[in-house]
Design a protein around this ligand. Structure first.
Ligand code: ZN
Length: 367
């Protein structure tokens, strides 16, 4: 079935409860309770848009499974896991920093990580050419012993360790285009020369204490972590240039066996937690570039694992653009097309300077 586009979804992903808050800040005191910003709306609407446009019919459904505890323990500490289970059973708690959870969140987090595992297995075996795992809760902020930024389990890291343990994979690259820094993935593989972690993000949005370009890895892994912290306001031109001048040369040098994209849509022009300006056409272009790179470097093996994206109105259209591109379908006209002509969409001088600095780091990536 090579050539097919795999897709992971499960209704239970929408049942992970993050409680009451104002944006990401817990309710209480002067904070009037409202729905937490990490809620099902944007993800559910992306899945619904895929259905009503008929795109879903062109995808190959991959059923998720629950990740096993040994699979999770390859990445996370036992004490952290025990704490998660206890809070989930109690029906409330916080996994660390800004990561509220509710009853059964542990089981749903296992299903989220396991959705990424199932998609990775299907891509690795060649059952599908590439896949998108529309999972929740997200994973790229979760660290070995602490949940952060709405993330309980490090879905992509667990997936990479599974590919190594079960399939003998050696070299995996991640290209994290979520607007926030992929600090969890970075920290887990910081000393690992065989996992190239690339993160494009808004400079010091979240977390504030990581994501600088100087963070290159350590020990044998020095050089295999590449941060591209872009100024707020970066748009279509900046991201395309970032791919052409940094991301694609880095992938070509590293020669991964699979490319995994921690895929948030919070760098889009309507996101409440980001200050970037990407539009649907940006995501189409970036996906095309990733598909071409994967085709040349690793037999087309490309996996997207869903992360953030908090605009219920626009994130679904960005997701649709990615899925249509993967599946080779013509673009559905974007009702938010006016965003593409906003001022500032072109590459600006300050952004270009950042890219020049990042491009200089590519030749230090271990091969
Ligand atoms: Zn994010």
């Amino acid at each position: 079935m090579a050539g097919a586009t795999g897709f992971v979804w499960h209704e239970r992903y929408m049942w992970h409860m993050t409680g009451f808050a104002a944006g990401p800040i817990p309710a209480g005191g002067l904070i009037e309770p409202d729905i937490h910003i990490e809620n099902p709306a944007a993800k559910r609407r992306m899945r619904n848009l895929l259905e009503v446009t008929g795109v879903l019919d062109a995808l190959t459904s991959i059923p998720p499974r629950q990740a096993t505890e040994p699979e999770v323990l390859r990445v996370h500490g036992a004490a952290y896991i025990a704490g998660l289970k206890a809070m989930s059973a109690a029906g409330f708690g916080d996994a660390g920093e800004l990561t509220p959870l509710g009853r059964d969140s542990w089981e749903i987090a296992l299903l989220s990580a396991g959705g990424c595992l199932a998609a990775a297995e299907a891509v690795w075996r060649g059952d599908v050419a590439h896949a998108y795992a529309l999972v929740r809760p997200p994973g790229h902020h979760a660290e070995r012993d602490r949940g952060r930024g709405f993330c309980l389990l490090a879905n992509v890291a667990i997936t990479i360790e599974h590919l190594r343990a079960a399939f003998g994979a050696r070299r995996i690259a991640t290209v994290d285009w979520d607007v926030h820094h992929g600090n969890g993935t970075q920290s887990i593989f910081y000393a690992d020369p065989e996992v190239l972690t690339i993160s494009l993000h808004q400079d010091r949005n979240y977390p504030r204490d990581s994501g600088d370009m100087e963070e290159r890895g350590e020990g044998a892994g020095w050089g295999a972590n590449l941060n591209i912290p872009l100024p707020p306001g970066s748009g279509h031109g900046a991201y395309l240039a970032a791919f052409d001048r940094v991301v694609l040369p880095a992938l070509a040098r590293f020669k991964p066996e699979m490319i995994i994209v921690p895929s948030g849509f919070d760098a889009c022009a309507m996101d409440p937690l980001g200050r970037m300006m990407l539009v649907t056409e940006s995501y189409r272009e970036l996906t095309r570039r990733l598909m071409s790179a994967a085709e040349v470097l690793c037999g087309g093996r490309l996996l997207f694992c869903h992360e953030g994206g908090y605009s219920p109105a626009y994130a679904p259209w960005c997701g649709l653009a990615v899925m249509e591109t993967l599946a080779g379908l013509p673009p559905t006209p974007d009702p938010f097309g006016h965003l593409a002509s906003m001022g500032g969409q072109g590459l600006k001088p300050a952004e270009s300077v950042v890219l020049d600095c990042a491009a200089a780091l590519v030749e230090k990536i271990p091969v």
